[in-house]
Design a protein around this ligand. Structure first.
Ligand code: TXE
Length: 464
């Protein structure tokens, strides 16, 4: 990705070729988009729920109808393999369908019991122009998480995609317009964090800002937003633990570890980033994990038969190498290298990698590693796995693999995480609340929680 002479040039991470271009917007463009979104909000907030729902449904329908082209565009700009891209595009449609189906309840309030002052009830109202800043790793799904509930509730929204992946957001916004979404309800402003993101964070005319990205940038966005009165959602990534108990179904856990870590080339906020396995089964589990990892074919995700694409950027590739080179990063038992031969040389390819027993302080166990490297540590009890799991500053997702209800419950109760899976990892359906704790951020997306975020209570008291 490069930024020059008023435009962003997006690079295909698999080939180094140009994937497309987008406008390099600035703070003036942000302010103009916010003004336009405000005018649109005044009208959209008065549109009936059935009509709002119909436009959301129609947007989902057009996205599904164009899923093949959108998936190819996503693979080209982001790097993920085509089946994953298609899955993500379908995920966008599912989120829009979910919120379309509950648009009629988006502003439901509460009726309070009669009291000596009379009757009281609450009505929920949309909050105004909302903002969203999203990253490059899941640009289509995260766009849906942030825009669908806001729009369903009657708000308008200004969204800034990552400068590395602006193309799908623009294409989907065009489909929303075709579906009847009025001008200004869904505004896309493409550009850099400094030029566009900063202006969104500092705007006093935005009622909410939902951010997904790194901890450092999230902190900066919080600082810039301070004093502007906007409500925030912060999704700042994680270092999700996966714990495999001695009583687990080993084959199922191996398959879960492979998809949980290597999906999207390891660049997912809720990827399995640290794996703890019970001593008793550690050897068998590791051998099977190595065998399954060795079968992953790496290459340009647009091609059939490829199981893992490139990293999104050269910086990402360098970050993985530097984490592996650091002292105490453990024994590499599978992969460990950048792929440079032939066609690989033009892209950002790295082998799927397994590392055994790194030191506790190694970046592999203490930071968010955004790439295809899975550290595996053997532990002597569920309690010590939980202690390890809670050692990072993060608290986004976590999974336990076990056939025991007691283990499941003990883990769910004790692990620092906003979402806990038992015998699976990664999947986040639109109807369940999603978000983190500790350094992973705050606020919840998806489910009914997101509708609450994008509406405010007005209390009405009626005296008899
Ligand atoms: O993220 P940034 P980057 C982690 C991951 C990755 C690293 C860097 O480790 O390798 O962060 O990725 C916008 N004001 N995650 O640089 O900077 C930016 O343009 C306002 C994990 O892409 O956090 C983009 O749209 N906005 C994470 C968005 O913020 C600013 C997903 C995220 O960019 C800004 C992404 C500013 N000053 C990265 N500076 C996860 N776990 O999901 C940048 N932005």
């Amino acid at each position: 990705m490069t930024e020059e002479s008023g435009k962003i040039t997006v690079t295909n991470p698999a080939t180094g070729e140009i994937a497309g271009t987008a406008k390099l917007c600035n703070a003036d463009d942000v302010n103009a988009a916010v003004e336009k979104a405000y005018d649109a909000f005044l009208k959209w907030s008065a549109v009936g729920a059935n009509k709002r729902a119909a436009i959301l449904f129609k947007t989902a329908e057009l996205v599904r109808r164009n899923q093949d082209e959108l998936a190819r565009l996503l693979t080209t700009e982001q790097g993920k393999i085509l089946p994953e891209a298609k899955n993500e595009v379908q995920g966008f449609a599912a989120v829009y369908e979910f919120y379309a189906s509950i648009t009629g309840t988006a502003r439901n309030g509460d009726a309070l019991p009669k009291s000596d002052y009379g009757y009281a009830f609450t009505m929920r109202e949309p909050i105004g122009v909302c903002g969203a800043i999203i990253p490059w790793n899941m640009p289509v799904l995260i766009m849906a998480w942030k825009t669908a509930p806001a729009i369903a509730a009657g708000n308008s929204i200004v969204l800034k995609p990552s400068a590395k992946t602006p193309l799908c957001a623009l294409a989907i916004a065009a489909l929303a317009k075709e579906a009847g979404m009025p001008d200004g309800v869904l505004e896309i402003v493409t550009g850099s964090g400094e030029g566009v993101g900063r202006a969104l964070a500092q705007s006093r005319n935005i009622a909410s800002l939902s951010f997904t990205g790194s901890v450092a940038t999230g902190k900066e966005v919080e600082r810039l937003s301070c004093g502007t009165g906007k409500r925030l959602i912060m999704e700042l990534g994680g270092s999700d633990p996966m714990v495999v108990c001695a009583d687990a179904d080993i084959d199922k856990a191996v398959a879960g570890a492979v998809s949980g870590r290597f999906y999207n080339c390891g660049q997912t906020c809720t990827a399995v980033k640290r794996l703890f396995v019970a001593d008793e089964i550690a050897d068998e589990f590791t051998e099977k994990l190595k065998a399954a990892t060795a079968k992953i074919t790496v290459g340009n995700g647009i091609l059939k038969g490829i199981r893992m694409g490139p990293l999104n950027s050269r910086e990402g590739l360098a970050g993985i190498e530097s984490a592996l080179e650091r002292k105490g990063s453990g024994e590499v038992v599978s992969g460990g290298n950048r792929l440079t031969e032939g066609a690989f040389g033009a892209g950002n390819f790295f082998e799927p990698t397994i590392v055994l027993n790194p030191d506790e302080k190694s970046p592999l166990l203490s930071e968010e590693i955004f790439g295809p490297v899975l550290p595996v540590v053997s532990v002597n009890s569920l309690e010590s796995a939980i202690e390890y799991a809670n050692k990072t500053p993060f608290g986004l997702g976590a999974s336990v693999w076990t056939t025991s209800l007691k283990n499941s419950y003990t883990f769910a109760e004790s692990v620092d995480a906003g979402i806990v899976w038992v015998n699976r990892h990664l999947k986040i359906p639109p109807e369940v609340p999603f978000g983190g704790e500790k350094a992973s951020g705050y606020g919840r997306e998806n489910g009914l929680d997101a509708l609450k975020h994008y509406t405010r209570d007005k209390t009405v008291i009626i005296s008899p």
